[in-house]
Design a protein around this ligand. Structure first.
Ligand code: H79
Length: 440
């Protein structure tokens, strides 16, 4: 019962209302995002020095603030090779990448002109580590995203600090809050002017209201600098898409655009003592499920303080990239697939919906079935191979307009190492029967 109450108490921070933004008004600028399907998230910060939880470790008092901020001294970036990062992201098949410009700890990864921590002023890295990364991404035609924490627990004029303490209440000292607002909005302007991000990924909006953040003004300021920039759903109603974190949607999210952000182990940043790596198979099947439901996956990696990416993450990205390359046409530029009930697995559709892609879960071979498909199937191929498969229509009654079942035999020898994908070329745009067995 206690857990249930806790769940409902926490619920508000995961409800990401997009009600302020009308989908039709942003459809054009959202097109690349719809087509992109995969992004790589990067959490890089001083937390990688000790391998502790990003920011939350001092906030939750697992480590003292002085010990946490001392990690600045170990942030060397001495083997940092931004082009290698970009090339690995390219190899994974991702079309965009989002890097932490500043996490809740307040440490900027660029040369902020504001009077606050940065790895340029305060760490041995001594340089803007964002600029060369964004340049490398753009060279590889990968869209550039900027994660920016609205929360800044180390800024003296920010109310929050440790999880059981607060410096002041906004309602008691508007002048002080105004100083913070001026500070964080100036930093946003710097990031916008320096890198012109294609996408903004805000975090921490739950600590204050839209009015307190001046969310609408922030949105307008970013759009004034770049009318096509996309804003995630953590700006108190002023974002462009839903942003579920770690929690897998079971039914399709209601808002038109959404993105699941997910870690490769159980932590966002580089972490000691976390060997809970997801396997490439798990990541690929999660990814298929996400795109089947019309979303994107933003898959996270956490580089070490010297700038190297852990081997396990390199492995996941490379395997994912291999699978993406083979199945490119079934993934990128597609639409979310069939509603639940037609096929026991993820599906996608080509833009004109005349090609239906079936993602076979659980390395299944043998007879699979599609229900309620009104179209005639022109042919079936195994994506990424030259194999064709035949099919059998079962239970079609001559006097009934209700379609029969489509049985397809999948032989062992066409099996992909991770997830086999079939392409059903239909006689036109997909048409479905969704009745209860009656003629309606
Ligand atoms: O940067 C990564 C995380 O550090 C950050 N977002 C990703 C991308 C993040 N971690 N947790 N969360 C976001 C959401 C956490 C919300 C909660 Fe709470 C914090 C639930 C319980 C504590 C704040 C306080 C909201 C409810 C109570």
């Amino acid at each position: 019962m206690k857990q249930l109450i806790l769940f409902f108490l926490l619920l508000p921070c995961f409800v990401q209302a997009q009600q302020k933004i009308v989908p039709a008004d942003i459809a054009n600028k959202m097109q690349w995002f719809s087509d992109a399907k995969l992004g790589i998230f990067i959490h890089w910060g001083i937390y990688s020095v000790g391998g502790v939880d990003e920011s939350w470790s001092f906030h939750n008092k697992k480590i003292s603030w002085p010990d946490y901020i001392k990690q600045l001294d170990g942030f060397t970036a001495k083997n940092y090779n931004p082009q290698q990062w970009a090339d690995l992201i390219k190899e994974s098949g991702a079309r965009y990448s989002v890097i932490t410009t500043k996490h809740h700890d307040g440490v900027a990864l660029w040369d902020t002109k504001q009077n606050h921590y940065s790895v340029v002023k305060n760490s041995p890295a001594k340089r803007d580590v964002l600029k060369p990364f964004y340049e490398a991404l753009r060279k590889d035609s990968i869209k550039c995203g900027a994660y920016f924490s609205l929360i800044d627990w180390s800024y003296p004029d920010y109310p929050g600090f440790l999880n059981d303490s607060s410096r002041y209440k906004v309602s008691d000292d508007y002048e002080r809050w105004n100083r913070f607002r001026h500070f964080f909005q100036s930093q946003l302007k710097e990031v916008s002017d320096n890198y012109n991000p294609d996408l903004w990924w805000f975090d921490g909006d739950w600590e204050h209201s839209a009015e307190e953040w001046e969310a609408e003004k922030v949105r307008n300021m970013l759009l004034a600098n770049n009318p096509n920039t996309i804003i995630n759903g953590r700006l108190q109603g002023y974002g462009d898409y839903e942003t579920p974190e770690q929690n897998f949607p079971v039914s399709r999210p209601a808002y038109k655009w959404w993105e699941l952000c997910m870690t490769t182990n159980n932590n966002w940043g580089y972490h000691l003592n976390d060997d809970n790596w997801k396997t490439p198979y798990e990541v690929i099947t999660i990814f298929a499920d996400v795109i089947s439901n019309g979303g994107n996956l933003l898959l996270d990696i956490g580089p070490k303080a010297d700038g190297t990416i852990p081997d396990q993450q390199v492995h996941i990205l490379k395997e994912l990239g291999k699978w993406n390359k083979k199945h490119d046409e079934a993934i990128f530029g597609t639409l979310g697939g069939l509603p639940q009930g037609h096929f026991y697995g993820p599906t996608t559709l080509s833009k004109d919906s005349s090609n239906l892609y079936l993602f076979l879960p659980g390395k299944v071979t043998g007879d699979i079935v599609v229900k309620g498909l009104l179209n005639k199937i022109e042919n079936i191929t195994v994506v990424g191979t030259n194999e064709s498969l035949s099919h059998k229509i079962v239970g079609k009654v001559s006097w009934s307009p209700i379609p029969g079942l489509v049985y397809i035999t999948v032989p062992q020898n066409v099996q992909d190492e991770y997830m086999t994908v079939l392409k059903l070329k239909l006689d036109g745009p997909v048409r479905l029967y969704r009745g209860h067995g009656g003629l309606q």
